[in-house]
Ligand binder design. Structure first.
Ligand SMILES: C[S@@+](CC[C@H](N)C(=O)[O-])C[C@H]1O[C@@H](n2cnc3c(N)ncnc32)[C@H](O)[C@@H]1O
Length: 352
């Protein structure tokens, strides 16, 4: 991120390099230890998978890096992102769209922030994404280093490419849009399409609106709204998307989100939520551990819920749940590096 001093930049690069080491060296070594220990055994669930590695120093080192380097990235008192950004309010403000409505931005300072959201420092982000003006910038800087082995925001770019295979769209709602990682590729790939991103986080929306303004993109705008209960009319959109939102919601809220997706879609419209799903006990053990180490408390319940049934209960049929390659080859069985188990959950609202 430009605007940071040299020491902070060097420290943040160290964190990014350690994340690469963690994903590309520590994880393969841990995986190999697990595969050797589990060979010939019936591993029925994530707990049984965990027992194969829980006494290994390598496993504890793996956990330590995952939790504490992320914490240091945000909260190191000297070189963490929060310290660096809070010391530069003028620079921060210059990166953001003014906190007022415009063709790119509609804020709602009175919006009620749900308790499930404000109660947790998700991803170890201090104060979550609604605490400080710089929260969007901090999230953007962090998100750039969290997915090793992909180009910057490659998963979101590939999502837009996948959408192209599904036809064309007049109007798109991107739920939980953050600073626009998913909305921007859609707006660029579908120049005739009107894209609206909604999020609870004003700092993220201000960053997104500033990006749209700088790029001169006229077919995207951002609104501060709760995605579970938006103010849009029934059947307003022909595509509803989200990326990495479902796993951050309690199960009941996921059901509300699917009901809202259904309400907002025109008959025949497409819903496509991109998220994570671990299927094998070893994958489940890793993702459940990640949820603890990264303060993502709703992820295990999301991972276990019958998501296809929830889509059907919301009125979607048939439902497709399929692995999603965030980069070329990532869903291959012999992919050696740590990765999130990206999964696409998609369906169409019945035409009648
Ligand atoms: C992990 S981030 C993903 C952001 C973006 N979609 C991406 O892929 O980078 C989850 C986002 O969902 C937003 N969010 C969580 N609950 C929400 C809700 N009920 N309504 C709108 N946005 C919500 C958060 O503020 C955050 O920006």
């Amino acid at each position: 991120m430009s605007g940071l001093d040299r020491s902070t930049t060097a420290f943040q690069e160290l964190i990014g390099t350690m994340r690469q080491h963690w994903a590309n060296q520590l994880y393969p070594a841990l995986n190999q230890s697990y595969q050797q220990a589990a060979e010939g055994q019936a591993i029925e669930d994530s707990q049984a998978a965990g027992r194969q590695v829980q006494d290994l120093p390598l496993y504890h080192w793996f956990c330590f890096i995952e939790r504490h380097y992320q914490r240091m990235k945000y909260s190191d008192p000297r070189w963490g992102l929060a310290a660096a950004l809070s010391a530069r309010p003028d620079w921060v403000n210059a990166q953001l769209h003014p906190a007022q409505d415009s063709r790119w931005l509609k804020l709602d300072p009175a919006l009620k922030i749900p308790e499930y959201y404000s109660a947790v420092d998700i991803h170890q982000h201090p104060g979550n994404l609604v605490g400080a003006d710089f929260d969007g910038l901090m999230y953007q800087a962090s998100a750039t280093s969290i997915h090793p082995n992909t180009r910057r925001f490659e998963a979101h770019e590939r999502m837009a490419q996948w959408l192209q295979s599904q036809g064309s769209f007049e109007s798109v709602l991107d739920m939980g849009c953050g600073f626009g990682k998913c909305g921007f590729p859609i707006a660029r790939h579908f120049a005739q399409t009107q894209v609206i991103g909604v999020d609870l986080s004003a700092p993220c929306l201000r960053l997104a609106a500033r990006t749209a303004e700088q790029e001169g993109l006229d077919n995207i705008r951002f609104e501060q709204q709760d995605a579970l209960h938006t103010g849009f009319d029934d059947a307003h959109f022909d595509l509803v998307t989200s990326t990495q939102l479902l796993h951050e919601l309690p199960v009941d809220e996921i059901k509300h989100l699917l009901a809202e997706s259904h309400r907002l879609l025109k008959p025949g419209g497409l819903v496509a939520h991109l998220d994570f799903r671990a299927h094998q006990p070893w994958q489940q053990f890793l993702i459940e551990g990640h949820s603890v180490r990264n303060n993502e408390g709703f992820l295990p319940a999301f991972n276990r819920m019958d998501i296809a049934a929830a889509y059907r209960d919301a009125g979607f049929e048939p439902v497709t749940v399929e692995p999603f390659a965030e980069t070329e080859g990532a869903t291959r069985a012999d992919w050696p590096y740590w990765r999130f188990p990206w999964t696409l959950f998609w369906a169409r609202k019945p035409a009648q």
